[in-house]
Design a protein around this ligand. Structure first.
Ligand code: ZN
Length: 208
């Protein structure tokens, strides 16, 4: 087995980037069409800042091998579409039994997790909070603060991402919205449809 060389990256919290990253991608607000409940409010955001970056990911990917890990940084803009806080598209890992770790650098976020069967969990992430996303959970980051949300993450390099699982269900089961007091709360997504049991069983049976 060939040895890899050690990697090094610097977390630039102000920029919200990993300096030394090998990959970078961005999502503009326009890329997030269909995620939000309030179509009129979303159209207003697009009119104002459709091509602006909603969130950015910079990462260091040594390989795509099982047994390796990808490390990186994500930065999310603060704001809301109607009552709903800005969020990432969210995904389950294409190899769903792969976990992930998120570590808060600055800002205030919520990790919204949903099991294939529709169980919901929320984890608030402030600076120095470490959030473990266990295998088999769909996950999405939400910026519930007033400042950019910057987090470091790490996950197995062969995880992959499946975004369609959320779209096919009409979104995640919960939406993270303003509670009216400057905080956040989870509320039901009325467009959500539960996955058939056979699909849940097939996802939960993927063990490698
Ligand atoms: Zn992930």
């Amino acid at each position: 087995m060939a040895l890899f060389e050690p990697g090094i990256g610097y977390v630039d919290i102000a920029a919200g980037q990993l300096k030394g990253a090998t990959n970078r991608y961005v999502k503009t607000f326009r890329d997030l069409d269909g995620l939000y409940d309030d179509a009129e409010a979303f159209a207003a955001v697009i009119a104002e800042r459709g091509d602006a970056v909603a969130y950015e990911v910079t990462d260091y990917k040594p390989s795509a091998n099982a047994g390796d890990i990808i490390i990186g940084v994500t930065r999310m803009e603060p704001g809301k579409v109607g009552r709903e806080y800005y969020m990432t598209r969210g995904h389950i890992h294409a190899r769903p039994n792969r976990p992930e770790m998120y570590y808060g650098e600055s800002g205030l976020g919520v990790m919204l997790l949903e099991s294939p069967a529709g169980d919901i969990r929320t984890v608030e992430i402030g600076p120095r909070t470490m959030c473990y996303v266990p295998p088999f959970w769909i996950h999405r980051s939400v910026n519930v603060g007033q400042e950019p949300l910057v987090m470091t993450f790490a996950y197995p390099a062969d995880s992959g991402q499946d975004y369609d699982i959320i779209a096919k269900a009409g979104g995640m089961k919960s939406r993270i919205v303003d509670d009216g007091n400057g905080g956040w709360k989870a509320m039901d997504n009325t467009a959500y449809t539960a996955r058939p049991q056979a699909l849940v069983d097939s996802i939960m049976g993927k063990l490698d």
